[in-house]
Design a protein around this ligand. Structure first.
Ligand code: ZN
Ligand code: MN
Length: 476
């Protein structure tokens, strides 16, 4: 029997709006608990919801980016359930009439094209947050309750954890390029829940569907899906009983474990929300949203490869973040060599941003400044090693590279007379290394070069030192 993995993903993303979905409370992360609430988002009797137009626009924008149809008319629905973080006892969501539906996304997975169908992208509201204390008490913070939430559901078109990872990476970039969500999984702004089972296409036989929760990074989605595929295969072989259930990913143990079994399909008693009129986005409005779409990551990626000859890998890393992609293009626009700029961006700059935990928009080094620094390296005015120190200084002080180099006297030493003196000195002070080199240990020259670099605090031109040193040793 040939069982094939069959995986669908449901993503929830909080929309980056000023106010909540159905009231004017600020949609703000990290505020004093229960300080961003009102009768509407607390579900007090008699309060009435008013939809947030920006949130509707954001879902339409996302739907269009995923090639979805935008409904001419759709309704909100009540999804009924009791949970302490949702005081109304129902969530306003969309059921039979989603705002956008029937789209797709084209990915590239290990060099192969992969087409994923998008079933729907609809609008709903987030719940509050339960906080369970070690002493057994539970607290609830309603600040998150009512924040606009977009739900994006795929058809079960994935067959591996790698495909899931590529999809989520691409989707996250798209949401960021569109400016509709920060899409940060670590902060819970974007949440992904894959549903995994195995199907034998010839017999139609299938394992029960397992939904996985508690995934707070793209990597854990990949790992959990791969684990679950293997677990179900193992159960098929050993005949172990499988259940339709929700399983939690345990990051430490690297396994999924049963959270709750589903005896039957959940029945949320959906019905149309009686407090809201249907939504009917005007075609002119939808057209204007379509017209104002930014260039999406896939298009920017293609352009970087075609215009600047960047390797696929570089283009992917750089376009994952729209700000970084734009910083890159400005650096090249300021005259930097495309590959040198991408190398610097991917290593020095991204490393620095990670270390400082800050976005590139806060970086004190402008694209023009970076282009100038790269020009100094290009014409051998400073060494690559010194350039890293200069960059650190630029990021600290915001001063341009040439000024730092001039002020601190960091220019590379390429003067042959000065280098000849240093070579004399190195030879006189390292007789052991000289002996080793003469007796055929070519690597011993490293100690001499190291000595000179040390004496000049890295300012000697290493290629020139190497060349002159070889000449000198050859004459000895
Ligand atoms: Zn409110
Ligand atoms: Mn939902």
């Amino acid at each position: 029997m040939a069982f094939r993995p069959c995986i669908g993903i449901e993503v929830h993303a909080e929309l980056d709006t000023e106010s909540k979905m159905f009231c004017r409370c600020r949609a703000e992360f990290g505020a004093e608990p229960n300080s961003r609430c009102c009768p509407v988002c607390l579900g007090l009797p008699g309060s009435l919801p008013v939809p947030n137009k920006k949130a509707v626009e954001y879902v339409i924008r996302t739907g269009l980016a995923l090639s979805c149809q935008v409904a001419e008319r759709c309704r909100f629905a009540r999804k009924n359930y009791f949970y302490p973080d949702l005081p109304k006892n129902f969530q306003i969501s969309q059921y039979e009439e989603p705002l956008t539906y029937g789209g797709h996304i084209d990915l590239e997975v290990n060099g192969q094209p992969k087409h994923i169908r998008i079933r729907r992208a609809h609008l709903e509201e987030d719940t509050g947050k339960n906080i369970h204390l070690p002493d057994g008490r539970s607290l609830v913070d309603y600040n998150r309750c009512g924040i606009p939430l977009m739900e994006i559901v795929t058809e079960p078109d994935f067959t591996s954890g790698v495909e899931c990872r590529e999809y989520l990476t691409e989707l996250r970039s798209i949401l960021r390029y569109l400016g509709v969500s920060t899409a940060n999984m670590e902060e819970g702004v974007m949440r992904a829940e894959p549903t995994v089972n195995l199907i034998d296409e010839s017999s139609g036989e299938a394992t029960p569907k397992v939904e996985i929760k508690n995934l707070n990074s793209i990597r854990s989605v990949h790992d959990a899906v791969e684990y679950e595929i293997q677990r179900q295969r193992r159960c098929l072989q050993t005949g172990e009983q499988m259940y339709q259930e929700t399983r939690l990913w345990n990051e430490e143990q690297h396994i999924t474990a049963t959270m709750r079994r589903k005896e039957s399909a959940d029945d949320y008693m959906y019905f149309p929300e009686p407090d809201l009129v249907p939504l009917a986005p005007e075609p002119e409005w939808v057209a204007s949203i379509q017209a104002s779409m930014p260039e999406l990551p896939a298009a920017v990626r293609c352009r970087l490869i075609e215009e600047h000859g960047l390797p696929e890998y570089d283009a992917e890393v750089i376009t994952a973040d729209r700000e970084i992609a734009s910083y890159y293009e400005q650096t090249v626009g300021a005259g930097a060599a495309p590959k040198a700029a991408s190398n610097w961006l991917m290593s020095e700059i991204m490393g620095y941003l990670n270390e400082q935990d800050m976005p590139i928009s806060d970086l004190q080094v402008s694209p023009k400044d970076l282009a100038k620094l790269l020009a100094l390296i290009g014409k051998d005015a400073i060494s690559g090693k010194i350039a890293k120190d200069v960059f650190a200084e630029m990021a600290q002080s915001g001063e341009p590279a040439d000024q730092i180099v001039a002020e601190r006297g960091l220019e590379q030493i390429s003067d042959e007379d000065r280098l000849a003196e240093l070579i004399e000195e190195a030879i006189a002070n390292n007789p052991g290394a000289v002996e080793d080199f003469k007796s055929g240990k070519a690597k011993a020259i490293g100690a001499l070069v190291g000595y000179i670099m040390g004496q000049t605090r890295g300012q000697a031109n290493p290629q020139l030192v190497n060349q002159l040193l070889r000449e000198k040793l050859g004459q000895m």
